[in-house]
Design a binder for this molecule. Structure first.
Ligand code: 5GP
Length: 236
């Protein structure tokens, strides 16, 4: 028996026979402006499921604790059930998006070191930026857990940058989310896909991610297919 637990903006979560395991179904929904703009894009669910499965398996192989168990079908995967931490953990390698806007840099300007940011996960509040004191004051996680989230995010960044550069892709920035497993470990959850990363071709600087949808630049699927094909060639 499998019943719907919740429906997010792009994925549906279902129970399984094991209370510590959930089934995640990727949909074709695309959203921008924290859900205010919505569209269905053929193949997006399949592509994100396949890309995120490949990336999570690669990170697990390289020592990162993740929720990923296995890819079940074209659109579904089995994940460890986590109690999610309501923070978005963002890493930036090159200036883009809100960082570029906030500091008035050039697009893809080099940063002297990677930047890590936290945002509160809240559609109603538009995912506001949070500093460490704000996280502690609202009792979201402890100081040690903030440090663990930060260090794990940097480690994931190093692994992903290495992987993407082999695929001739620059990892501009990305958002990840973490949760606690049944044993209280902090574990990488959610997904890593072109919906949650900025990825550009190293030579042409062409966007291969959701920015194409956010900025109404045309068909996003071609970029997602490129990302999947290049990752498959590197990982398998
Ligand atoms: P920015 O703060 O520049 O808008 O986003 C930084 C990075 O985090 C980008 O790679 C973007 O895709 C990702 N990101 C930020 N907020 C969200 C979100 O609410 N959902 C998803 N899927 N990605 C996000």
């Amino acid at each position: 028996m499998s019943t719907l637990i919740s429906e997010g903006k792009t994925k549906k979560l279902y129970t399984t026979n094991d209370e510590n395991i959930i089934k995640v179904a990727y949909t074709n929904h695309a959203t921008a402006l924290n859900g205010k703009r919505k569209e269905d894009i053929d193949q997006k669910g399949t592509l994100n499921n396949r890309i995120s499965s490949l990336i999570f398996a690669y990170l697990a192989k390289n020592g990162i604790k993740t929720c990923f168990i296995e890819q079940l079908s074209e659109t579904e995967q089995l994940n460890k059930k986590l109690t999610m931490i309501p923070l978005e953990v963002i890493i930036r390698n090159l200036a883009s998006g809100s960082f570029q806007k906030k500091f008035g840099t050039d697009y893809l300007a080099e940063l002297k070191q990677p930047v890590q940011e936290f945002c509160l996960k809240s559609d109603e509040l538009d995912d506001p930026f949070m500093n460490n004191d704000q996280i502690l004051a609202l009792d979201i996680v402890t100081e040690d857990q903030i440090e663990e989230l930060r260090q794990t995010a940097f480690k994931i960044n190093t692994l992903l940058k290495e992987l993407f550069i082999k695929a001739n892709i620059l990892l501009v920035d990305f958002k990840i989310e973490f949760g606690f497993d049944a044993d209280g470990n902090i574990v990488l959850g959610d997904e890593i896909s072109p919906d949650s990363c900025r990825l550009v071709d190293k030579d042409t600087k062409q966007s291969l991610d959701k920015d194409v949808f956010r900025k109404n630049l045309g068909d996003i699927i071609e970029g997602y297919q490129t990302v999947l094909a290049r990752l498959e060639a590197e990982i398998n």
